[in-house]
Design a protein around this ligand. Structure first.
Ligand code: HEC
Ligand code: HEC
Length: 205
């Protein structure tokens, strides 16, 4: 486990530099215009997906290259979600870069989500399971690992369940989530969701 964590940190550091360069290629203003169709779901506080019910993930402040790679995964069907596939499949590489730059460019707001899991247990679990090595101690780790801080608790629970069952595929996350109990997942989600400095919904002043 220790090696895995060190490796994760090294990869996070290297890719962080690449991520910065990628973000710089995108044009925020064009990205804002291209995000128009997305804002109906991603720009509304507490907006929910139905069946199953969970909040549409927050994107503001997310790493640009993770946003790009997620959209590519929906477009190719590597990651499955009906409406996201439809939204992603029409985007060009330039659109992806611009949207990535736009959403990544938001500052963290000092807002704390209400959570239902046990935050203290989640914090401990994040340390002992090695999550912090890649996602950062508070969930604001470097690219390519997605930021988790401030994300909705029920979305984090949903995707950890998806990794656990294999519905969402990523070799590292499938292995780690497979070892988590339902309670671990709830508490980890609560811990990251309860961070004040983190992701927010995409909304311009
Ligand atoms: C009908 C509502 C809806 C619309 C419109 C929509 N999304 Fe989404 N989006 C979702 C939901 C729900 C998810 C979570 C799906 C899942 O569980 O994988 C999601 C996931 C994502 C993710 C992955 C987030 C993460 O943390 O992994 C990205 C990136 C994203 N959307 C970007 C966009 C962009 C860009 C557009 C516009 C081109 C868009 N979405 C339009 C509902 C929507
Ligand atoms: C070796 C690095 C590494 C470790 C350790 C790690 N993760 Fe991840 N995590 C990633 C990467 C990379 C992704 C993006 C994978 C993908 O595209 O599906 C990810 C994705 C996620 C997501 C989905 C985020 C989103 O917006 O949809 C969650 C939640 C998550 N990890 C939680 C955890 C938790 C909890 C732990 C500890 C049990 C953990 N991770 C350990 C690298 C790591």
């Amino acid at each position: 486990m220790k090696n895995k964590i060190v490796w994760g940190l090294a990869v996070a550091g290297l890719a962080g530099m690449v991520g910065g360069a990628t973000a710089a290629e995108g044009d925020r203003l064009s990205g804002k215009a291209k995000f128009y169709t997305c804002a109906g779901c991603h720009g509304i506080e507490g907006y929910s997906n139905t069946y199953p019910t969970y909040h549409v993930p927050k994107l503001a402040g997310q790493h640009a290259d993770y946003v790009v790679s997620s959209l590519k995964a929906y477009a190719t069907g590597a990651r499955v979600h009906g409406s996201m596939e439809g939204n992603a499949v029409t985007l060009s590489d330039k659109d992806l870069q611009d949207i990535g730059a736009y959403v990544a460019g938001f500052r963290a707001l000092n807002v704390r989500n209400a959570v239902t899991g046990n935050v203290a247990n989640g914090k401990k679990k994040a340390e002992t399971s090695g999550c912090s090595g890649c996602h950062g101690e508070d969930g604001n780790g470097a690219s390519p690992n997605p930021r988790l801080a401030g994300q909705y608790e029920n979305y984090l629970m949903k995707v950890l369940e998806d990794y656990k069952t294999g519905a969402r595929k990523n070799a590292i996350m499938n292995g780690l989530a497979g070892m988590l109990s339902k309670e671990d997942i709830h508490d980890l989600a609560a811990y990251y969701a309860s961070q004040a400095r983190g992701l927010s919904i995409v909304q311009d002043d």
